[in-house]
Design a protein around this ligand. Structure first.
Ligand code: NAP
Ligand code: MG
Length: 403
């Protein structure tokens, strides 16, 4: 059999622990037999990041910028205990953070739905994609505890030498706390552009909520920038049948649980942090959630939303069979291959990716489910499948489809 060729390079970013084990199995059993893979590989395992002084992470980000599409395995973000245990030079920063900052990207988290895993919300029929603006707000805050009476002020000193502007934050008569947050118009604009592009691509409505009745300037700035960017692309949105809904954030939360889904929910940084966890658990399992980083220059990185599944890895190291769900990692690969195929004009590659996705969904719908899904399946699945059993079932189904 001749393998499906690739016209250009896909950036492969390998990672850690259980997801690294899954990664190798997916390549060996579900991809290499069918596709003549053209990969540029970066090993972002903790050992390699430590050995290269984290240079490999930056190289991987540059490679995505150059080739346009990457696929990433989950990686460990080391904490102090991890530095000790692995004897690391230091606690290297989150690779996702580094790559996201380099590409100035927005992350879109989307649940994968199957018929036999009903969402917790009875009304949800279609996936809700949460787009989180990943810059600023409380994630880049400056804060201070106040334990004595005194005034806290906020001063802006223009670089031009113009007169400074000072606002009173609070006149404290008793202990309390303060924090200062900021954002950048350029970053909000990139976020807006990525959200609009993905909404058009997926032909899904775009929702955005802020609290600009209270925060008239800060939240108001977000609303204005989104409004302006939407106006710029109104014609394209109209022809894709995409509507933009701007509302108060509390209204968006209330509507999201009553709606049938199928929309893209653009969120500020903190709200995105909360809502992506609410949506992920509401749809069933982290093992069924994909995460796509989209840059305003149209570069893509696909991955699973979950981490390296450490607890399962420890069991794997003891020689036990685990029941880890590989679905989101498989969908990271199929998302990347389909995008590559779309950009390069290779429909066979897109069809292969779709066939692999369909194989996974059909296997689950036929009642072969890993431990995270088995208890929430309807009808219930009595015995969870091991990772290997699940992958074998997908492989068999894929072979039937491709043949
Ligand atoms: P995690 O790896 O997502 O796992 C948390 C728990 O969720 C697991 O113990 C497991 O629950 C369940 N789970 C997640 N994915 C699953 C899957 N595919 N199949 C079945 N169950 C699944 O999060 P964590 O344990 O908090 O983090 C572990 C490491 O991953 C950390 O070093 C963290 O920094 C890193 N991390 C990386 C990324 C990334 O690279 N994108 C994202 C998040 C975290 P049970 O044990 O109950 O079965
Ligand atoms: Mg979170």
């Amino acid at each position: 059999m001749t393998k499906i060729p690739m016209k250009s390079t896909l950036v492969e970013i390998d990672g850690d622990e259980m997801t690294r084990v899954i990664w190798a199995k997916i390549k060996e059993h579900l991809l290499e037999p069918w596709v003549d893979l053209d990969l540029e590989r970066y090993d972002l395992s903790l050992e390699e990041r430590d050995r290269t002084g984290d240079q490999v992470t930056l190289d991987a980000a540059r490679a995505i910028e150059k080739h346009g599409v990457g696929v990433k395995c989950a990686t460990i973000t080391p904490d102090a205990e991890c530095v000790e245990r692995h004897g690391l030079e230091k606690a290297w920063p989150s690779p996702n953070g580094t790559i996201r900052a380099y590409l100035d990207g927005t992350i879109f988290r989307k649940p994968i739905m199957v018929r036999n895993v009903p969402p917790m919300m009875r009304r949800w029929k279609k996936p809700i994609t949460v787009a989180r603006h990943a810059y600023g707000d409380i994630f880049k805050n400056v804060e201070m505890a106040i334990d004595q009476p005194g005034r806290v002020e906020m001063t802006y000193t223009p670089a031009s030498g113009a007169a400074p502007v000072t606002l009173l934050l609070h006149d404290f008569h008793a202990p309390g706390v303060v924090q200062g947050v900021h954002n950048l118009n350029s970053s909000i604009r990139s976020f807006a552009r990525a959200c609009i592009s993905v909404a058009i691509e997926q032909r899904a409505d775009l929702w955005f909520g802020v609290k600009d009745t209270i925060s008239k300037t800060y939240h108001g700035c977000f609303r204005e920038i989104l409004q302006r960017e939407v106006a710029e692309r109104a014609a394209e949105m109209r022809s894709a049948g995409v509507s933009y809904f701007s509302m108060l954030i509390d209204d968006a939360v209330a509507r999201s649980v009553r709606d049938e889904g199928g929309f893209i929910w653009a969120c500020q940084n903190y709200e995105g942090d909360l809502m992506s966890d609410m949506v992920a658990s509401g749809f069933g399992s982290l093992g069924m959630m994909t995460s796509t980083l989209v840059s305003p220059r149209g570069k893509y990185e696909f991955e699973a939303a979950h981490g390296t599944v450490t607890r399962h890895y420890l069991r794997h190291l003891r020689g036990e069979k685990t029941s880890t769900n590989p679905t989101a990692t498989i969908f990271a690969w199929t998302g990347a291959l389909a995008k590559r195929g779309e950009l390069d004009g290779t429909p066979e590659l897109v069809s292969f990716a779709r066939a692999l996705q369909a194989s996974v969904l059909e296997v689950i719908e036929a009642g072969v489910a890993t431990g995270d899904l088995a208890p929430i399946c309807d009808p219930p699945v009595q015995r969870p499948a091991s990772l290997d059993t699940f992958l074998e079932a997908v492989e068999i189904r894929l072979r039937e489809k491709v043949a």
